[in-house]
Write a protein that binds this ligand. Structure first.
Ligand code: MF3
Ligand code: CO
Ligand code: CO
Length: 253
């Protein structure tokens, strides 16, 4: 069942999502050559805790850290490590999920490490196309539209640049639970899937690969990587369906 949030719940979702967005903004300013992914994790952890919220990934099905840090060929769910240092030319996705007053807010973005001008134009294109694909998906959100429309536009856009879309991981309903119904696929057919209704809240979080779409899980049980070792980018927002269309709850000031 896809829950419809009450106006009281929507208010709480706005608050937790604003905190997630502010946390992502804070740690994005720490992305630099030489910092470890665990140092970024610690900064996010301390900021979230200070506000009285909880970093939702910590201990979630046994996840050992407070945020996900997914570098280069890591598609998602990368575990921050004290011996993993950011290097010039890396791309890194930082994924923040907060739990505030029992409601979850979820957002992520991919950043360039070092001088963006020095990146291979194909890598810049991958990150920009992934970002734009998220917003093309968001623009499909309105009452009466079907969830398949989101995946259809994202897939078509990514393919038009020769990139591929990860199938095994998807967006999700969100609220009292970190992951609720529905599954929001980033590929598929227009006019398929459930109908969007005002008060639904879910994430859109396309993972777009430079090479093949296929992935594998590393033996740590969390880290998802591309099978061909090529780069993967991701952006994520939490979205509310409104009478008029949508509201992006995780935009930052
Ligand atoms: N934030 C991720 C998402 O967008 C989920 C991370 S689950 C974790 O759904 F356990 F790996 F943190
Ligand atoms: Co999510
Ligand atoms: Co997330």
């Amino acid at each position: 069942m896809i829950t419809i949030k009450t106006s009281k719940e929507i208010k709480l979702m706005r608050e937790t999502c604003a905190l997630a967005a502010e946390t992502l903004k804070l740690i994005s300013s720490q992305v630099r050559v030489g910092i470890s992914t665990d140092e970024i994790n610690t900064i996010a952890h301390n900021y979230i805790i200070k506000t009285g919220a909880i970093p939702a990934p910590l201990n979630y099905h046994g996840f050992p850290k407070s945020i996900c840090t997914s570098r280069n060929s890591v598609i998602c769910h990368g575990i921050p490590k004290s011996d993993e240092f950011l290097r010039e030319g890396d791309i890194i996705n930082l994924d923040v999920t907060t739990k505030l007053n029992n409601y979850h807010g979820d957002t992520s973005a991919t950043f360039f490490v070092g001088d963006k001008e020095k990146f291979d134009p194909k890598i810049i294109k991958l990150v920009e196309v992934t970002y734009e694909s998220l917003f093309l998906g968001i623009k499909e959100v309105k009452p009466g539209a079907r969830f398949g429309n989101i995946g259809a536009v994202i897939e078509e856009f990514a393919h038009s640049y020769g990139f591929s879309v990860v199938h095994e991981y998807c967006g999700h309903g969100i609220g009292k639970e970190f992951h609720e119904e529905p599954q929001v696929l980033h590929y598929g057919k227009r006019n398929s899937g459930a109908e969007m209704k005002p008060g639904m809240i879910f994430t859109i979080e396309p993972m777009i690969n430079l090479g093949a779409r296929h992935c594998k899980l590393l033996s740590d049980g969390w880290t998802v990587v591309t099978t061909d070792g090529k780069l993967s980018a991701q952006f994520e927002h939490t979205i509310l369906v409104t009478e008029a269309g949508y509201e992006i709850l995780t935009l930052f000031s």
